[in-house]
Design a protein around this ligand. Structure first.
Ligand code: MLT
Length: 233
């Protein structure tokens, strides 16, 4: 079985480097358009990222989404449920942006237009990881994102639909993971998703912020290996 790892914002696939060590599955780690490789693909909304991922995925797979990658997983589950054998939802949430959050995204788009991506990197880096030693790598990953990619993703996230109603219809085995100290999508989001999903388990990772897979790969990877063997993937 393949796991398609879908990175978050503003990041690229290198955020999943530690997950290459996971045994029991093949790993595909594409960069989304505008993140890390300069590929030009027209993105109008979150559904276009989902189409991009489906186009480079096998007929059936486990989709693993980190934060914005989770929003893309919900779009995939809505668009092509028959292709979803399993889900790994990492530091993400099912709800749409609140009106205030949406307004903030558009203000950030204006800022990025004028000043480039540096203000976004500077404000988000402290929320990504707790560990000082990981910050240079995370900063480099964030700085690889293009201005256009960042602006496009901000708009796509601002306009994404609410996926609350979808959760009860996702019967595929699902592993939800959250960093206990994630300030962006805190544990309450993960707990709400777990209670709404019929076939989900939840792991809370201590001493981790938003990038829990990167900060505690020991705990994260063994939870994924157990998930794979429990569900006979
Ligand atoms: C992400 O990590 O993908 C973003 O923080 C998600 C968001 O801004 O909603």
């Amino acid at each position: 079985m393949q796991i398609i790892w879908i990175h978050g914002f503003p990041l690229n696939a290198q955020v999943f480097d530690p997950q290459n060590a996971i045994k029991g599955a093949e790993h595909e780690m594409p960069n989304l358009p505008g993140f890390g490789d300069g590929r030009q693909v027209t993105i109008q909304g979150i559904g276009d990222y989902a189409k991009f991922i489906l186009d480079c995925s096998p007929k059936e797979a486990i989709f693993a989404g980190l934060s914005m990658g989770g929003y893309i997983c919900f779009a995939i589950a809505r668009m092509a449920p028959e292709r979803v054998r399993g889900l790994i939802l990492i530091d993400t949430r099912e709800t749409a942006d609140t009106p205030e959050a949406r307004k903030g995204r558009y203000e950030t788009i204006d800022k990025v237009e004028k000043e480039g991506i540096k203000p976004v990197v500077d404000s988000m880096l402290p929320k990504m990881v707790l560990s000082e030693s990981l910050k240079p790598k995370v900063r480099a990953i964030m700085e690889s994102c293009s201005k256009e990619g960042v602006m496009t993703a901000l708009k796509a996230m601002a306009e994404r639909p609410d996926s609350s109603e979808l959760l009860a219809r996702i019967n595929a085995p699902t592993l939800i993971v959250v960093g206990e100290k994630d300030p962006i999508t805190p544990p309450a989001d993960a707990e709400r998703m777990k209670s709404a999903m019929p076939n989900a388990s939840l792991l809370k990772i201590p001493d981790a912020a938003h990038l829990s897979n990167m900060e505690r790969p020991d705990l994260f990877n063994s939870a994924v290996e157990q998930f794979l063997s429990r569900h006979h993937f």
